[in-house]
Design a binder for this molecule. Structure first.
Ligand SMILES: NC(=O)c1ccc[n+]([C@@H]2O[C@H](COP(=O)([O-])OP(=O)(O)OC[C@H]3O[C@@H](n4cnc5c(N)ncnc54)[C@H](OP(=O)(O)O)[C@@H]3O)[C@@H](O)[C@H]2O)c1
Length: 274
């Protein structure tokens, strides 16, 4: 079986660089999808309270029989739960649904400043308490820009999970995160499948006798991103994991670097109104 590289976080913990995302997967569907991912070899699962599928993910984790310390589970605190008492309720609910006594990584899902002002700062303080209590092993953020990171107090987040794919490469934000010793985690790494049809990606895939998805995942790994492609299709779940047996060369990496066209698919964290 492939052995997925690990990335060391600034708190000393390790995260499998390739994980499995489950956004827009119904609770019932999450169980077979995650079961298939675990059977394939993925050990890192990315869910969130707002996805509504933590229970389905938890059922797959439990029935896999895989030892807890071999699994890496991330979930996220939703925007309307940033105040301290709410955040505590949120982590307790997530753990109960997942059937776990701790998650490996807990993220603030969005800064959500338009709707909830500065409440994310309170959430960050609460998360440091959850870490001290052992409810969560590592703490990080998602959809944070430099202006949001600047306002956090205490510990530094270990990761920022942000939209990142070949047509939206976040070059400047990646540099900011590198400078702060914060790992970059790519959400919608395949551009929600829209980047798979790109001609340059297709040519590189042909050259390596690989699929466009494999080329894009490989690109993320070689850039150093933690990457969490989603699929509910068994063959694609396998295909997306089979990315260790080839390498993109410098010309491939340079060609993909040119594909950035600012093609943001999700909300801009600075004006997201949810
Ligand atoms: N923090 C955040 O705010 C945030 C936001 C968005 C996403 N995320 C996380 O990031 C994960 C991944 O992002 P995403 O789900 O938006 O999009 P994605 O992984 O970029 O793309 C998923 C889409 O690509 C298709 N696909 C997957 N592998 C394929 C392959 N080998 N060949 C062809 N098509 C393929 C999937 O189809 P099928 O499923 O039908 O196979 C699905 O339609 C999410 O699941 C979630 O965990 C986080």
């Amino acid at each position: 079986m492939n052995s997925i590289p690990e990335v060391t976080l600034s708190d000393g913990k390790k995260i499998p660089q390739l994980g499995f995302g489950v956004w827009q997967v119904e609770d019932e569907q999450a169980t077979p999808a995650v079961a298939k991912a675990l059977e394939t070899g993925y050990r890192h699962i990315d869910t969130a309270a707002i996805y509504g599928n933590e229970a389905g993910v938890g059922r797959a984790l439990k029935s896999s029989g895989i030892a807890r310390d071999e699994l890496f589970v991330t979930t996220k605190l939703w925007n309307d739960m940033h105040h301290k008492a709410d955040a505590r309720k949120a982590i307790e609910t997530s753990l109960e649904k997942l059937g776990l006594d701790h998650v490996d990584l807990y993220l603030i899902h969005w800064p959500s400043t338009v709707k909830h002002g500065d409440a994310y700062i309170e959430a960050w303080n609460a998360m440091q308490e959850f870490k001290a209590e052992g409810l969560v092993t590592s703490i990080g953020v998602s959809n944070f820009h430099e202006m949001h990171l600047d306002r956090l107090e205490g510990e530094s987040p270990v990761i920022d999970q942000v939209e990142l794919h070949p047509t939206f490469q976040q070059t400047e934000l990646r540099r900011v995160l590198d400078d702060r010793d914060i790992r970059t985690e790519a959400w919608s790494p395949l551009g929600q499948s829209k980047d798979l049809g790109n001609d340059t990606i297709a040519k590189i895939a042909e050259k390596h006798v690989r699929t466009p998805a494999q080329v894009i995942i490989r690109w993320h790994l070689q850039l150093g991103n933690v990457v969490i492609p989603k699929s509910v299709t068994p063959e694609r779940i396998e295909q997306n994991f089979d990315v260790l047996g080839f390498e993109l060369d410098q010309a491939d990496m340079e060609a993909i670097a040119k594909l950035d066209e600012g093609n943001r698919l999700g909300a801009n964290p600075e004006d997201a109104d949810f």
